[in-house]
Design a protein around this ligand. Structure first.
Ligand code: DON
Length: 586
């Protein structure tokens, strides 16, 4: 028999649950590993989290976390530290941290104000809808590799905008640590993990990339070697001394434009000079009595997560159990509905009207949930985008920072793939993004994350490509800071970030388990539930298949969550062991 859970029935169950959850969540340091862990899962046990009373920085790289903590200790606030970390990651995490890419920052200040900064790349003015198709109308790989793949970088303008509005220390003091690291830093295994044999081959195609990252006669450096990126140090010095003019004008701009001429690139001086970051209002929604602040378009992160949270809030997930067949089934059903909407409606708000208020409303989520059956998967082919025409006007890394005053910054930044377009700007020492692939290069055809997106996100001059990045801050029922979280992972970012929140609010995990617990993913198309290697018991997989799901083990783990959780006024933090960063509190 197929029966549909009516949301009203479940909501009634939940009203009692909310009281229990508010008391239970928060975790502390005590191990909180839930039942349901597969014996084969690689992150067993619950190490002690980093703790701090005054401040905390969690990033994917130990050296970058050190830079952030130094800035906090020197009296900088969370945004100052975020700016310094962004530049440091451009040096020590060049496969994803960047000045040649873009990203998003969500800020929540201790005075209760909040802001969202969009420093996403933009398509150059000469970009056009079909620029990535060949003469037969087939997709080429030019949105992924080479000069044409690069959007106009936004990171330097973004950091400058953040500093103008919230910074308290001098700009030069925030860029200087990165200049020092670019002069030379000691290579650790985490960085070398990004230089696989395949990556070495790809980077070798571009002389400046090979020179910078393959200094041992065309091979990567060894652990313990000092990697000197002197062109990058010079570029960062110009940014330190001249602000955005040190990147978007003068020598750096000349080097970028000259690099374009070496490939088929189309970024011009005009594109660079006219780039501006944009301040937006965070997407704000509640989940189990907590308030979640996340990124609005041009990222899909916040709006899609709001739809997911509003659908799943109607079910008693805690009672169904973490990693249970029922919970994973409901996750998949909520995610395929929310991603169907995401992929069809969302895009750059400066170009496209989107039904954002409706998409993030509780009422729409009730409608969406009414088609979910507990006993059978709805095939994605039957899950259409759920709204009528728009009714309103309207390899990545994440870091999380909290300062002494309680200001919080969540930043996700990217050049898209690892080492972006693989093109290093000759003489300037930084890698250009391949963010153009986040557009629907051919609407209706999948991109490198398998996302099938629509016409709204087609390429257009000056347009921002839709992102999934979801830097997120969660506030408790009393408005106090509760959580700062985010992750890379392309299309999986939204489901990853949602699971970190549910792991705490629904399943009572502490910060370590909330980050380390295995994750599942569904994105409407392909119509598959993905799970991390050895993370699902065969019985659960068979039960999901019996419900009609196709269940696929990923080749590798996914995501790299950097999370801070406030527990009884104390900061606890954990960096995802999937890549090996560092949480430092004090
Ligand atoms: O903006 C986006 O959604 C993607 N460009 C993010 C890429 C990413 O997370 C790659 N990292 N694993």
């Amino acid at each position: 028999m197929i029966h549909t859970i009516t949301p009203s029935r479940v909501t009634r169950t939940l009203s009692g649950l909310v009281v229990v959850m508010l008391a239970a969540c928060g975790g502390g340091d005590a191990p909180s590993q839930p039942t349901g862990f597969s014996a084969g899962w690689r992150y067993q046990g619950t190490p002690k989290p980093a703790t701090g009373l005054e401040g905390m920085v969690v990033t994917t790289d130990h050296l970058a976390s050190d830079v952030g903590v130094d800035i906090l200790r020197a009296g900088g606030n969370a945004v100052d530290a975020a700016i310094a970390v962004q530049f440091a990651l451009a040096v020590v995490n060049p496969e994803a941290g960047n000045i040649g890419g873009g990203g998003f920052m969500v800020v929540r200040m201790a005075d209760g104000s909040s802001a969202a900064l969009d420093f996403r790349e933009k398509a150059p003015a000469a970009a056009s809808r079909d620029m990535f198709l060949d003469e037969q109308g087939n997709l080429t790989n030019k949105s992924l590799v080479g000069h044409l793949a690069a959007g106009v970088p936004g990171s330097v303008a973004g950091m400058w905008a953040a500093h103008e509005r919230f910074g308290s220390l001098p700009w030069s003091a925030l860029v200087e640590p990165a200049v020092g690291l670019a002069a030379g830093f000691v290579v650790r295994p985490r960085f070398l993990g990004s230089l696989s044999p395949g990556m070495v081959r790809s980077l070798s195609a571009y002389a400046a990339s090979a020179e910078q990252f393959l200094p041992n006669d065309g091979l990567p450096p060894s652990v313990g070697d000092t990697l000197r990126q002197l062109d990058l140090a010079a570029t960062l010095s110009r940014i330190r001394d001249q602000g955005p003019a040190g990147f978007y004008r003068g020598e750096t701009a000349d080097l970028i434009v000259a690099e374009m001429a070496r490939g088929e690139g189309i970024i011009t001086h005009g594109d660079l000079e006219s780039y501006e970051a944009a301040w937006r209002d965070p997407i704000t929604f509640t989940y189990r009595g907590y308030t979640v602040l996340s990124m609005p378009p041009s990222s899909s992160g916040g709006a899609t997560m709001a739809e997911i949270a509003n659908i799943l809030e109607q079910y008693d997930l805690a009672a169904l159990g973490w990693n249970s067949t029922e919970t994973i089934h409901l996750y998949a059903e909520a995610w395929k509905r929310a991603y169907a909407d995401r992929n069809d409606y969302l895009a750059d708000p400066d170009f496209v009207d989107m039904p954002l208020t409706r998409m993030t409303s509780k009422g729409y989520a009730v409608e969406r949930a009414s088609t979910i059956s507990l006993d059978a998967a709805t095939p994605s082919a039957e899950v259409a985008p759920g709204m009528d025409a728009p009714v309103e006007e309207e390899n990545t890394t994440h870091y999380s920072i909290v300062d002494k005053a309680g200001n919080a910054a969540a930043v996700t930044t990217t050049i898209n793939s690892w080492y972006g377009s693989k093109v290093t700007v000759t003489g300037a020492g930084f890698v250009l993004n391949n963010e153009m692939d986040d557009f629907s290069a051919k609407p209706g055809t999948s991109n490198s994350y398998g996302l099938v997106q629509g016409e709204n996100n087609a390429v257009g001059p000056g347009k921002r490509m839709l992102s999934a990045m979801a830097p997120t801050i969660v506030l408790g029922p009393d408005g106090d800071l509760k959580m700062v979280t985010g992750s890379p992972g392309g299309s999986t970012i939204i489901t990853t970030v949602f699971q970190t929140i549910a792991n705490v609010l629904d399943f009572g995990m502490n910060v370590v388990d909330a980050v380390q617990a295995p994750r599942v993913h569904h994105q409407h198309l392909p119509d598959q539930i993905f799970y991390e290697p050895a993370s699902l018991e065969p019985a659960t997989r068979f039960a999901l298949e019996a419900l009609g799901h196709t269940v696929v083990q990923r080749d590798d783990v996914s995501g790299d969550v950097q999370m801070i959780l406030v527990v009884d006024g104390r900061l606890t933090g954990w960096s995802d062991p999937r890549r090996g960063g560092r949480a430092i509190g004090y």
